[in-house]
Write a new protein. Sequence first.
Length: 449
Amino acid sequence: MILQTVLTSMFRTLLFRPGQNKSVVPDELRAYFSHLYWDVAWFGIVAGSSQAFLGVYVARLGATPLQMGLLNAGPALVGLLFTMPAGLWLQRQRVGRAVFWSAAVSRIQFLLWALLPGLLPAQGQVWSFLALVLLFTIPATVLAISFNAMYAAAVPVEYRGQVAGTRNALLALVYVVTSLVSGWLLNTLPMTLGYQVIFGLGCLGAAMSTYHLWHLRRVNTESILEPEKIRTSIGDLARPGDSRMTGMNLRTNVGLRVFSRGVNLLRFEVLRGSYGKVVAAFFVFHFAQFLPIPVFPLFWVDVAQFSDWEIGIGTAVFHSAVLMGSLQFVRLARRWDNRRLTAISTLLLSAYPLLAAFSVDVPLLVVTSVLGGLAWSVTAGSLGNYLLEQAPEGDRPAYLAWYNLALNAAVLTGSLSGSFLAEWVGLVPTLLLAAALRALSGIALWRWH
């Protein structure tokens, strides 16, 4: 199989740098790393096929803005409700088994996605997809938290940067290639058959990814899942468990891991002074970030009338720009502090919905995707670091709890507000409003510190 041969060669290069003795990395760790790489490579196929095109498919089925909003906001609400119970339950489980079984259960949905097209009328499919996404967010939340702990147990601290960076790069690379192939297939095949093939491809990727997680089930079997490892930040953007289909997102179910202690961390004195202003600015930014998410697929399908191939090109270009920008982030970080990088990139992100509102042809869609991807690569790299700088190390969970609460509130209200505004004032005005709010949040982050 060509894909397997190419990826195997890549993994050998990534696992062992040129001139490096294989004995430097113990055999057991090399096996763990290999399965972690295969896991994310196969899941990149899921992300670039099923997840990338679900929003487009339901838009083509005639989904309303409200249904698009629920598709994006619903999982955040489910994650908010189930993160604390999941964290408490996981403290009594073994990490490797928890990861495998939660992955196996949560990824059944991709098989069901492949079976739905053609079985139900359009609106029946839309509501069925929405119900499946919400239902399977529950085990996906367990997977997100348990994977964080399994990763911390399987990858020693000195290797985490290398492994996380490799996984992030593999996810981006496979995502880009898969989204292009998926767009081409959808443009070639009849609509129903095309989406059955795409969702079937995602089902295959999910099954193979879960197979490699099965090989990691014995990680840390000598002890139960430790609460501290649940909350450890591993810097791995490719961790599984996020079931939302957005182009620019933060993993809100994992972000809530500070609540997995099961105690109240929301102390109001934390918001006194500058940190309260920072949280408010981040709320406005995330609200504006998610406001246009349910609008983009509707605009591409109903207004711009892009084909699936053209949408696939835009998606691939966006994530290619994210990958390229991420590779250059270290250079920027040497010149600018995290506050300035976050504020400037947030301002630049306002151009994405602004230009998207006028992107009715492929060249402008490509330009918009390049600018948006580059801006998001900087935001994704600097936002978390800036937030940690604002939170005293000795009391960091209490500070992060307020940010996580603001983030999830912004996801819920932003996605639902976007759907309501799209029906009330139209798609283009909603995109323009999102651009203005993103710019305002960037100005606020620049001034409030």
